[in-house]
Design a protein. Structure first.
Length: 198
């Protein structure tokens, strides 16, 4: 396994540039003096969830009876849909929530950071390279850290790039992620075909 390639892939899946436009709007009703603390807390929650699925994923898949090929195919489809959402953004997952209380785990940590797509990528990689979990954990931490830095300075990023510049970066990341998702799907189909052959 190439840890750098996996970290870059996971960074694309975490979509920090797309989330950079969403996080400030979610935190808008939080008192300004608490926003950074809440943001850091939510980012740490996301890291714990991602690492939790990394270390428990093998046992979860075994319990559910899910084969790696199945995870690769379904993960590829899911990533493809997520990538399409990045290229053609429709931020409907927030559902127009108007609650005044500060966010807690949802929606910042889950699903914006630790969403189904990032969890699927981590589960698939952990199932394929079960003997390299520590290296995968470092790659997860690296991708998370890079995303966290982008999100921590999201207000500055939006001011510097503007909304159009941020959307352009997100769409570029989405195009790259489409390639990754198709390859994941084809790998899963190939593995399933080979394992099912007489």
């Amino acid at each position: 396994m190439n840890p750098l390639a996996f970290a870059v892939t996971l960074f694309l899946v975490l979509d920090p540039f797309g989330n950079a436009a969403v996080f400030p709007s979610v935190l808008a009703k939080v008192p300004e003096e608490r926003r950074k603390a809440v943001l850091i807390r939510e980012l740490l929650f996301a890291l714990v969830i991602l690492l939790g699925f990394l270390f428990a994923g093998k046992h979860l898949l075994a319990f559910l009876g899910v084969r790696p090929a199945t995870l690769s195919i379904s993960g590829g489809i899911l990533l493809f849909l997520i990538a399409l959402g990045m290229v053609f953004p429709t931020r409907s997952m927030l559902g127009g929530e108007s609650a005044d209380e500060e966010p807690f785990i949802v929606p910042l940590a889950v699903p914006l950071m630790a969403g189904p797509s990032s969890i699927a990528v981590i589960l698939l990689t952990a199932s394929k390279y079960s003997d390299e979990v520590p290296m995968i954990a470092l790659a997860v931490a690296g991708a998370w850290l890079a995303s966290a830095v982008v999100l921590y300075f999201s207000s500055n990023l939006l001011h510097f790039l503007g909304t159009k510049g941020t959307r352009a970066l997100e769409r570029l990341m989405g195009l790259l992620l489409i390639l990754v998702s198709v390859q994941m799907f084809l790998d899963g189909v190939g593995t399933y075909t080979a394992s099912s052959a007489p």
